[in-house]
Design a binder for this molecule. Structure first.
Ligand code: NAD
Length: 459
């Protein structure tokens, strides 16, 4: 049996230990999930809806506990962690409406009746990253359960605690055992076995683009369905006709939220050249004003990085000679702290092209609308982005031209449970959330029922 340590990133203290699931235990869980899924799918839609609502109610009663766990395990500021736990409840409520709405279609055809059914896939494997452990888990498990599937979920090694707790809360809420099962462990063991096991019919993977490609190629051997939510290098485009004060005041929160460990982080700020100097003057106090510190304090806006290994990886992007324009501050003492950092590199620098996944943002000037669009799209990624302009036509033109799945105009909003979320290009495949997500956990079955023509003279 392997036990792994879970560390509090704000204090570097041992928080807990977690038993790592071995391959044989994954196989057992899959076998039990196959049997449990058949019973779950046979329940009436109203019954499944009631079970999901009960799960949401139990999560709601544990918001403070889940939030405190995330503060301790991931270093998320308490305000953010409360929002995340509430989001899990809301996602469950939203998809509790799905079982009674997966109605298929009746299609008019000659010679009979034609109907379609949205059949569940079977067992779904959800593999999550460490940056938003419980919210991202819920984006997979809620619609998958709603569509009649069983779910096995593997949290990231560094941040398993809230997902493990959600597994316990599901049982407390009355969800059948083995329909929703949390299997903490290594990606190379549990994650790989999800991909290679023939009875796991779909993988929902959120994580790095490199591992996502590996998951996709492994899934191909079984023609296994995949949803992939991968990396990002999103642009925050500031045009000269926008409310520059507001754009500068909000830019830090578009990238430094969750210490920049956010796939949607607007980590490239692109500024029209004629307002560049003024924007930088406004940005400096905004960056220095970000409150970095004890994640359990309500006024804290940014916590530490998740681990020492990740701190090392982010630090490599900011060597001694880095073109630092200005930086925020961090607390002294233990904890994996990294200050909000603004760089002004060349367009081809690796800080501009690679995902840093920390509180480091690059600022580049652009000449005109065409240059801004070309620069925004000059990346293998395409997840998110923001466009700041008070010109409605420009907002619409640029929104259509930027190759990314989630854009916001004059704001940095990306995620709502009721709108679709996902990436273009190497940022992913498929969409989570929104009204259609449950369909990606179903197969469409078409059934034609012949109707004999009425015999002549029968009446
Ligand atoms: P990661 O790819 O290292 O790990 C993600 C998960 O995959 C972990 O649970 C890990 O254990 C597992 N894993 C590792 N190797 C595996 C393998 N061979 N087979 C199967 N599973 C394996 O990513 P990370 O460092 O945890 O997360 C950061 C990355 O996630 C960033 O690139 C970020 O942009 C991305 N991300 C994307 C989204 C999105 O919605 N697009 C959301 C959050 C994070």
């Amino acid at each position: 049996m392997t036990i792994s340590d879970v560390i509090n990133p704000a204090t570097e203290e041992l928080l807990s230990t977690v038993e790592q699931t071995e391959e044989a235990a994954v196989d057992d869980a899959v076998e039990r999930a196959v049997a449990a899924q058949r019973k779950w799918a046979r329940r009436t839609p109203a019954d499944r809806a009631t079970a999901l609502r009960a799960f949401a109610t139990v999560v709601d009663a544990h918001i403070e506990e889940l939030a405190a766990l995330e503060v301790a395990n991931s270093g998320h500021p308490i305000g953010n962690a409360r929002w995340e736990a509430g989001h899990v409840r809301d996602v469950l409520h939203y998809y509790s409406a799905t079982p009674e709405r997966l109605s298929g279609k009746q299609i008019p055809v000659a010679g009979g009746w034609n109907v379609t059914f949205n059949e569940p896939l079977g067992v779904v494997g959800v593999i999550t990253p460490w940056n938003f452990p419980m919210t991202i888990a819920s984006w997979g498990f809620a619609p998958a359960l709603a569509a009649g599937n069983a779910v096995l979920i593997k949290p990231a090694e560094w941040t398993p605690l809230t997902t493990i707790r959600l597994g316990e809360l599901a049982i407390e809420a009355g969800l059948p055992a083995d329909v929703f099962c949390v299997l903490p462990g290594k990606g190379s063991v549990v994650g790989e076995r999800f991909v290679s096991h023939p009875e796991v019919r779909k993988i929902v993977f959120t994580g790095s683009t490199d591992v996502g490609k590996r998951v996709m190629s492994g899934a191909a051997a079984h023609v296994k369905r995949v949803t992939l939510e991968l990396g990002g290098k999103s642009a925050n485009i500031i045009f000269d006709d926008c409310d520059l004060e507001r754009a500068a005041a909000t830019a830090p929160y578009g990238v430094f939220d969750n210490a920049g460990q956010d796939c949607c982080a607007r980590s490239r700020i692109l500024v029209q050249r004629n307002v560049y100097d003024r924007f930088m003057e406004l940005l400096e106090p905004a960056v220095k004003g970000v409150v970095v510190g004890d994640p359990s304090a309500i006024e804290t806006e940014m916590g530490p990085l998740v681990s020492k290994a990740h701190w090392n990886s982010v630090s490599e992007f900011v060597p001694d000679h880095a073109p630092i324009a200005f930086q925020g501050s961090v607390p002294a003492g233990s904890g994996y702290w990294f200050p909000p950092t603004v760089l002004t590199p060349q367009r081809d620098d690796r800080t501009v092209t690679e995902e840093i996944f920390g509180p480091v943002v690059t600022v580049l000037p652009f000449d005109d609308e065409a240059d801004a669009i070309a620069l925004a799209n000059d990346t293998v990624y395409g997840l998110s982005g923001s466009i700041w302009t008070d010109n409605l036509s420009r907002a619409l033109r640029v929104s259509r031209a930027v190759e990314a799945g989630n854009l916001s105009v004059n704001s940095h909003s990306s995620v709502r449970y009721n709108t679709p979320f996902g990436g273009f290009k190497q940022s992913g495949l498929g969409r989570e959330l929104g009204p259609d997500a449950a369909l990606s956990f179903t197969e469409t079955k078409n059934v034609f029922i012949a109707v004999q023509p009425e015999q002549e003279g029968a009446h």
